[in-house]
Design a protein around this ligand. Structure first.
Ligand SMILES: NC(=O)c1ccc[n+]([C@@H]2O[C@H](COP(=O)([O-])OP(=O)(O)OC[C@H]3O[C@@H](n4cnc5c(N)ncnc54)[C@H](OP(=O)(O)O)[C@@H]3O)[C@@H](O)[C@H]2O)c1
Length: 315
């Protein structure tokens, strides 16, 4: 049985990934900043790290065959004050530096590290001439710079001779939280809130496909370097919102455009990211052999709104 450490494994992606890994027969150790009591039965184990103090559970590290590095302060959780921006960056760069340091100094048999990054790496607007691919340079705005530093933080691990896969993750669609549940809130009241002019392209990924892609990146030894983690069919904000509204409310909803200035008042600088249009290519990921269960927004929304028990997760 192989063991996977998931940093930040208590979050949205980590919780779903833990479930799939356990179903597939992996042992999971969730690395958290907090003490989490292990539950009964065949659930995950927990270990602690203190990033500021440079401390990690050495016994947990010694057992790991893979590390999935998801930890980081939530990018969309709070308004982007200077302090919050620093926390968003440091939580990623300092945790990556700690991982690189312990992998270099403590006994371990880690074969590969799969690290999250984001499509915030890319810039983009509605006039984008071609989809972004992995070789495009980082945007100079805050998220682009954050992703650049985050990805660079994994380079010392590559220098150790470990296989590293960096996944530039798109907007994750999950019923358990994140963007999908935020979009769904007004819809459940009958209002389909279209952001800005609704023409901005969202490169998204269904949570089940993201978990499958993370595991594919672990298991497929030829996976190395940067890959976009987005579905092959990005959707405009309007198309996504209307698809959700149709599925959730049938014909009982009213489309409502939320203008730029309202979003700016509500969200501050983060509104720029919400209104950013980025079509991101997944050609390299598909060429590596990965196949999506939910390539279209219709398939993704159908699956997310399906009754429990008919999810295809883990297939
Ligand atoms: N969800 C998306 O749409 C999306 C899109 C693109 C990229 N990503 C990236 O993918 C990763 C996983 O996403 P997610 O949605 O699962 O994130 P999440 O729900 O916010 O979970 C991230 C985890 O990171 C840990 N964490 C939070 N603040 C931290 C800090 N200041 N220092 C160190 N660790 C901290 C927490 O675990 P503990 O409290 O247990 O330590 C938390 O559970 C994140 O890095 C995220 O930026 C996500």
């Amino acid at each position: 049985m192989q063991t996977v450490i998931i940093t930040g494994g208590t979050g949205l992606v980590g919780t779903a990934l833990t479930k799939v890994l356990l179903q597939k027969g992996y042992r999971v150790i969730i690395l958290s900043r907090n003490t989490v009591p292990a539950g009964a039965g065949n659930g995950p184990a927990y270990a602690q790290w203190d990033i500021a103090a440079g401390k990690i559970d050495a016994a947990a590290l010694a057992e790991a065959d893979f590390i999935v590095h998801l930890a980081g302060a939530g990018v969309a959780d709070k308004r982007w004050t200077a302090k919050r921006k620093e926390e968003i960056v440091k939580s990623r760069t300092e945790s990556s530096a700690l991982l690189a340091n312990v992998l270099a100094t403590l006994p371990n048999k880690v074969q590969a590290v799969i690290s999250a990054s984001g499509i915030g790496w890319y810039g983009g607007d509605e006039k984008q001439a071609r989809p972004f691919s992995e070789t495009d340079p980082a945007d100079t705005a805050f998220l682009g710079e954050t992703c650049r530093l985050w990805e660079a933080g994994m380079d010392p691990v590559i220098a150790l001779g470990k296989r590293v896969v960096k996944l530039r993750i798109g907007v994750v669609l999950s019923k358990a939280g994140g963007a999908y549940t935020e979009f769904a809130k007004p819809i459940r009241w009958g209002i389909a809130g279209i952001l800005g002019n609704g023409k901005q392209v969202i490169s998204w990924i269904h949570i089940d496909d993201l978990c499958r892609l993370i595991i594919f990146s672990m298991e497929e030894e030829k996976m190395q370097g940067v890959y976009n983690a987005v579905s092959p069919q990005p959707a405009t904000n309007k198309a996504l919102t209307i698809e959700m509204a149709r599925k959730i409310k049938g014909s009982f909803y009213i489309p409502l455009y939320v203008p730029h200035f309202v979003l700016r008042l509500m969200l501050g600088e983060m509104s720029v990211e919400i209104l950013k249009s980025a079509t991101v290519s997944v050609a390299k990921t598909e060429a590596a052999g990965f196949r999506f269960l939910y390539p279209s927004i219709r398939a993704a929304v159908e699956a997310l709104e399906a009754k429990p028990g008919i999810s295809r997760q883990g297939e």
